[in-house]
Design a binder for this molecule. Structure first.
Ligand code: TRP
Ligand code: ZN
Length: 887
């Protein structure tokens, strides 16, 4: 194995030590220029109680050039400090409080990593989480060093009339004369943030931006100014984001008693951004994809995404900013909790059942595979090499599930009491998961130690349920828990507290009242590896419905006949389990079809699935968005995960196509009827009712196209050409592309011609082609790398095209391995300027070990070749090494 010259040392939780000095105040001066920006940081330091007498100051940097350094106003002798691009050490700091002045010189224009200070469109902007501040100045760039900030920004008045940082603006005006580099015509602004914060929450934005303004009055009657900054011309696309912001602010007051704390809240939309958005104090910076909603260009899913991400970042003001993380091992403290909060918000804004189904769908699609493969890690890890790689589905989404389980175990009121105590105890602190859990324990006088294991062990628990019917009308449940095997994790894993919401469903869908042997009525609380429960007097025809609402993030093993599943799908009072029953029916058929194809037999028709779907579609009491979820069958990747080790992509694709077409042909009349019923042209209303109709209509269209009848492909092509909203245009094109239909060609050209100046629509256009199921897809994707709308420097474009291709199950898993090679080559190329995005793309290979032997060998070759590339970043090296493992 070649050595990875940039591979970082592993950081371990057990090595945590506070810094010897506190930074009481941080004063920053930015003299902004595109190629030359000088940053003067004046830091007020004081020794922490308990620090050693001879403690030194050791700040981190990342690629910095030190221009000057002073202590208490006097230049420092060269022997008194040492500076490298990555480190600044002051050997004999003075006693008592003192100031350190550090001048660094940056080149924002050359910063393509999009971490630290960089340019996006017509603006300067920053991204500091997790370790970007060290690209601006030398600092204790870690979340447990909290400091107040005063920030003075100087810039050209024409180039950057808008100057923003965290907190409140306290001063601004023109600058007299020319400065040393930048000529005349400059101005300045000074911002002060009174809330002590870690460096990762620092932000600066400067540029020629348009502003949309509104206001919000808090529950205690304070008026808060709300401003959204966007590129000129996009002012008209901010209404929905602004509305979502106000609803988020109100919701956090009502649900959690949390009020906003500054006089102004700002959002800036930029088009070059590594992630979704960033919760910098009072100045959130967003990927413009999560702000802008052009009625012509945004889908219903886009509106939902804007609402969710606006809420998420806003909620961080309390869960993340007012209370932050002691170290990055605690990342789930803010992310898991805030995802839980944004999910609850979305559930209150929309259909709670559909929201839960969507959250579970993405958990199953992203987190479960991660947790069952070489990248598996605990929600709270104990070791990392590169923190950027731990912004994962496990930390975010499984982290949210753990918070949800606390809510389920304690009940809504108990949960709120715990949250209140957490805010009361830890406001203004950088804290830990242990402190979080203690708040719930103390507020509810309960013990969560058995539950806390969830945070510390990777892997998805498997819960097995055996139900015995006895003659006397009692039922006996034997429930056991175990873990899926993980090659890189060993040692005994303790049993977990697992809350299983349950009920017995009677023949008319009524919940049969039951009381378990320990008084259980609607929840079984597991705590041992095997446990028994008894219920007396359960009617013979009642069926068990368990893990309702997906109360625990587990794999359930339960023997259920197809009749039982159809029964639950038709009748359960828990909508989630109705949906789950349909998925189970589909998955059973898909797995059986896969086995049949591999053994040269004819697959069995999925009759129970068809029966369940027919009855759900005909049920007028169900809402359209729920029905749309039900007819959306498991995706190819989901089937591959369910089949597990040794899966053959060709067999899975055949099985999937067979089941899809069978269902579609069986339900053809119903689906065509639904399509006609909701086809309504000129439908641009974005409200929930119309969005639900579109969802169901388009789910029907997708299935109709899966019949492979040309009339439906023609229908989809017509919809794609004539739609006056992006939801319908995209859905029709997606159906055609997934099916590899040639009818996609004309509407794709049409879409390009209409929208080639809109980057966010071009993302969709790129993705459509990347996910097309056709032998030509790989060469099309290669060609698109050179299309003028594509740029390797823009993360949204890269994710859409290259990431889109990596999630194209059939074409990425080509039998010749060219898909894997393409991905690893692009990762290698991208790594030279944006390692974060490069590493993230590699997640497309997270399940490579489960592939059949031939493809597995090819995937390994591609990964090994990438590992040999010289100068690989620590981000990519970390992921490649974990993917390949030590063998
Ligand atoms: N804290 C951000 C969020 O909500 C995540 C984030 C934004 C981020 N930009 C980043 C993480 C860059 C790492 C690097 O959820
Ligand atoms: Zn977050």
């Amino acid at each position: 194995m070649t050595t990875q010259n940039r591979r970082k040392q592993a950081i371990r939780l057990k090595d945590y030590q506070p810094t010897p000095f506190a930074i009481e105040h941080t004063d920053l001066l930015f003299e902004l220029g595109n190629e030359v920006t000088d940053v003067t940081a004046t830091l007020t330091l004081s020794k922490r109680p308990g620090a050693a007498d001879d403690a030194i100051v050791d700040f981190v940097g990342d690629g910095l050039v030190l221009q000057a350094i002073e202590i208490n106003g006097a230049a420092l002798a060269e022997t008194a400090y040492s500076a490298t691009p990555d480190k600044l050490t002051i050997h004999h700091p003075p006693a008592g409080e003192f100031t350190v002045k550090i001048v660094t010189r940056l080149n924002p224009r050359a910063n393509k990593k999009l971490m630290g200070l960089y340019r996006s469109g017509s603006a300067y902007c920053t991204q500091c989480e997790a370790e970007g501040f060290r690209r601006i100045t030398y600092f204790y760039d870690r979340p447990d060093v909290l400091s107040t900030y005063t920030v003075r920004i100087e810039a050209d008045l024409v180039e950057a009339p808008v100057l923003l940082s965290n907190g409140n603006q306290i001063e601004s005006g023109p600058l007299a004369g020319a400065d040393k580099f930048h000529g005349s015509g400059r101005h300045y602004a000074v911002w002060h943030d009174p809330f002590p914060k870690p460096s990762y929450l620092f932000a600066l934005v400067a540029g020629d931006l348009a502003c949309v303004e509104d206001s919000f009055t808090t529950q205690s009657g304070r008026k808060v100014v709300l401003r959204i900054f966007v590129e000129h011309g996009n002012e008209g696309k901010c209404d929905y984001a602004m509305d979502a912001l106000k609803r988020s602010m109100r919701w956090d007051e009502e649900r959690f008693g949390r009020e906003y704390d500054l006089d102004i809240f700002m959002i800036v939309a930029v088009s070059d951004f590594n992630m979704g958005a960033m919760e910098n104090k009072g100045l959130n910076v967003f990927n413009d994809k999560y702000v802008l909603t052009d009625p012509e260009a945004a889908t219903d899913a886009d509106y939902y995404g804007v609402e969710r991400v606006i809420a998420h970042e806003y909620f961080h003001n309390w869960t993340g900013n007012r209370i932050t993380c002691r170290d990055w091992f605690q990342l789930c403290l803010k992310e898991g909790l805030t995802v839980y909060r944004d999910q609850e918000f979305s559930a209150d804004m929309r259909s709670a059942a559909v929201q839960r189904i969507g959250d579970v769908r993405s958990l199953l699609a992203r987190q479960f595979p991660e947790d069952q493969g070489p990248l598996a890690h605990p929600v709270r890890p104990e070791v990392y090499e590169e923190i950027d790689n731990f912004y994962t589905a496990t930390v975010y989404n499984k982290g949210a599930e753990l918070v949800r389980m606390i809510d389920t175990i304690l009940g809504r009121d108990g949960f709120r009491k715990g949250m209140d105590l957490y805010f009361e105890r830890h406001d203004g602190e950088a804290t830990t998961i242990e402190a979080f859990l203690s708040s719930f324990e103390d507020a509810n006088d309960t013990d969560l130690s058995n539950f806390s294991h969830w945070y510390h062990q990777a892997g998805t628990p498997v819960v097995k349920i055996d139900e015995m019917h006895h003659e006397d009308g009692s039922r006996r449940l034997t429930i056991s828990q175990r873990f899926s095997e993980l090659p890189h994790i060993d040692g005994e894993r303790p049993a977990l507290t697992i809350p299983l919401a349950f009920g017995y469903v009677g023949p008319n869908g009524e919940d049969v009242a039951v009381v378990g042997s320990n008084g259980e009525t609607d929840m079984l609380l597991l705590s041992d590896k095997a446990q028994g429960f008894r219920f007396d007097n359960v009617p013979q025809d009642a069926r068990l419905s368990i893990n309702r609402n997906f109360s625990a993030p587990i794999v359930l093993e339960q023997k259920q006949s197809p009749e039982d599943q159809v029964f639950i799908a038709e009748r359960d009072s828990d909508p989630f389990n109705r949906w789950q029953a349909v998925q189970n029916l589909a998955m059973t058929s898909l797995k059986a079809a896969n086995t049949a194809i591999l053994t040269g037999q004819k697959p069995q028709p999925p009759l129970p699935l068809v029966a369940a779907l027919a009855s759900l579609l005909a049920n007028d009491a169900l809402d359209n968005s729920f029905k749309a979820q039900c007819v959306q069958l498991p995706q190819l990747q989901d089937v591959a995960e369910a089949v597990g080790t040794g899966f053959n992509p060709d067999a899975i694709a055949h099985a999937h196509a067979y089941i899809d077409a069978y269902v579609a042909l069986s339900l053809e009349d119903d689906l065509a009827g639904l399509y006609q019923r909701f086809v309504k042209a000129n439908d641009t209303a974005t409200d929930a009712t119309n969005a639900a109709r579109r969802a169901l209509k388009n789910a029907a269209l997708r299935l109709l196209v899966a019949t492979d009848k040309s009339e439906y492909a023609a229908l989809a092509a017509r919809q794609a050409m004539q739609a006056d909203n992006m939801t319908d245009r995209m859905a029709a094109l997606m159906a055609l592309c997934r099916q590899g239909r040639t009818e996609r060609a004309e509407p794709l050209v049409d879409m390009y011609e209409r929208f080639d100046s809109n980057g966010l629509v071009m993302d969709k256009w790129l993705t459509l082609q990347a996910m097309t199921n056709s032998d030509e897809t790989l060469s099309t994707v290669r060609a698109l790398l050179h299309d003028p709308v594509f740029s390797m420097e823009n993360p949204n474009r890269v994710r859409s095209l290259i990431g889109g291709f990596a999630s194209n199950f059939q074409q990425f898993n080509r039998v010749d391995g060219a898909g894997y090679q393409f991905l690893t080559r692009q990762v290698g190329a991208l790594d030279t300027h944006n390692p974060q995005i490069a590493a993230r793309l590699l997640e497309g290979l997270r399940s490579w070990r489960k592939l059949e032997p031939g493809r597995q060998r090819l995937a390994r070759l591609a990964l090994e070749k990438l590992r040999e590339q010289s100068g690989l970043s620590s981000n990519v090296a970390d992921i490649v090494n974990r993917l390949i493992g030590s063998d």
